[in-house]
Design a protein around this ligand. Structure first.
Ligand code: DON
Length: 317
C-alpha cells in the first residue's frame, strides 16, 4: 500500500483508531502483568491506551490513554542520551557495547562469559545501570535532578516526577539488579558505589507518565532531536542516531528481531507495559498495555503497533 499523506493518515486514524484499539485489547488476555516489582502488579491487565502526536502537537488518543504508569526501561533511552551529552561517545562506549544479546533483559550470563565484562548494550539492565553511573552530577541527588530536568524538558511537561511507591518497591526487591551492579563493580565498569548508582537507576525507571507524555518524548526523537513544536534543538542529531539504532536492534529486548520484522520502527518497551515508538520524520507514539508476553513486552501493544504499521506502511523496509 502506498504511503498516505499526513491529512489522509490523520483522517483514517480518527475514523478507525477506537475499533483497532478495541480489537488489540483482546490480546491483553494472552499476557501477565509484571509482578517482580510488587507495585507494578497493582495495574489492571486489561488496559490498553494509545496516543499519536504529529509535528504540530495534534494528538489522537484512544482506549485507556489517561492511565498513568512508570517509564521503566523506556527511561534507558533518555538516560543514554543524557550520558552521551555529558560524556561523549568515547567514554560511553568504553563502558557498554553496541550489540544485541539475544538474552533476557536482566541476564548476567555474558558479563562473566565474554571479555572484557562490559554490558553488551545500554538497553539491557546491566548496560543501563552502567549508563546511570555516567550521568553528570557530584551526588546521586544531583544526578537524579539532572535526569528529571531533562525528562521534563523532552516531554515538555514540568509536572513529571518520580512515583515514590514504585521506586521503593523496586529498591526493596531488586536482588537481581543488585547482583548485576556488584558484578559490574567487580569488573571495573562502575566508578561509583553500587547503592548510589542503583538509586539513580531506580529513580529514572520510576518516572511516571501517560501515553501523551510518551508520544511527546518520541516526537523529539522522530525529528532527530529537534522539538518541532517549540522549534528548538534539544539533543544533538548524532546522539539520537545512536539511540534510535539501539532502539531498533535492542529496544524490544530479545524480541527486537520479531518486532523489526512485524512493525519495522525504532521502539523501546518497559515492564510497565509501555512502548515508545515513532514514525521517523513524522509522528511520536505512546502505547500502554500492562499485560506482558514472556519477553517482557506488552501483548496488546505489540499487536496494535503491528496492525498500524501494516495499515499505514510504516515499516522502514
Ligand atoms: O530494572 C528493572 O528490572 C526495571 N526497572 C526495568 C526493566 C524493564 O522495563 C524491562 N522491560 N522490558
Amino acid at each position: 500500500m502506498p504511503h498516505l499523506q499526513h491529512d489522509e493518515t490523520w483522517k483514517k486514524l480518527h475514523t478507525h483508531i477506537d475499533e483497532w484499539v478495541a480489537g488489540s485489547k483482546t490480546h491483553t488476555k494472552e499476557g501477565h502483568v509484571a509482578s517482580y516489582i510488587p507495585e507494578l502488579a497493582n495495574a489492571s491487565g486489561n488496559i490498553l491506551g494509545f496516543c499519536i502526536m504529529d509535528h504540530a502537537g495534534q494528538t489522537i488518543t484512544s482506549g485507556d490513554s489517561e492511565f498513568r504508569f512508570t517509564l521503566q526501561s523506556i527511561s534507558k533511552v533518555f538516560s543514554l542520551i543524557l550520558a552521551l551529552m555529558d560524556n561523549g561517545e568515547e567514554v560511553v562506549f568504553s563502558k557498554v557495547g553496541m550489540e544485541p544479546t539475544g538474552d533476557d533483559f536482566n541476564s548476567m550470563l555474558k558479563l562473566e562469559l565474554i571479555e572484557p565484562g562490559i554490558p553488551f548494550n545500554p538497553l539491557i539492565n546491566a548496560g543501563a545501570i552502567a549508563i546511570s553511573s555516567l550521568i553528570g552530577g557530584n551526588t546521586p541527588d544531583e544526578q537524579i535532578d539532572r535526569i528529571l530536568h531533562f525528562f521534563r524538558d523532552i516531554a515538555d511537561n514540568p509536572a513529571l516526577d518520580i512515583n515514590q511507591n514504585v521506586f521503593k518497591s523496586e529498591s526493596d526487591t531488586a536482588h537481581r539488579n543488585r547482583s548485576l551492579a556488584y558484578f559490574l563493580k567487580d569488573n571495573g565498569v562502575l566508578d561509583k558505589e553500587v547503592d548510589e548508582v542503583l538509586r539513580v537507576y531506580f529513580s529514572h525507571c520510576s518516572v511516571e507518565v501517560n501515553c501523551t507524555d510518551l508520544a511527546r518524548m518520541a516526537l523529539v526523537l522522530a525529528h532527530n532531536g529537534v522539538d518541532p513544536i517549540r522549534k528548538q534543538r534539544l539533543i544533538p542529531r548524532r546522539f539520537v542516531q545512536i539511540t534510535k539504532t539501539f532502539m531498533f536492534t535492542c529496544g524490544m529486548y530479545n524480541a527486537s528481531g520479531e518486532f523489526a520484522m512485524n512493525v519495522g520502527l525504532p521502539a523501546k518497551s518497559g515492564v510497565s507495559g509501555s512502548i515508545l515508538t515513532m514514525v521517523p520524520g513524522q509522528y511520536g507514539i505512546g502505547v500502554v498495555g500492562p499485560a506482558l508476553n514472556r519477553k517482557g513486552n506488552s501483548t496488546a501493544g505489540v499487536h496494535l503497533l503491528g496492525m498500524l504499521s501494516q495499515e499505514f506502511d510504516w515499516s522502514l523496509f
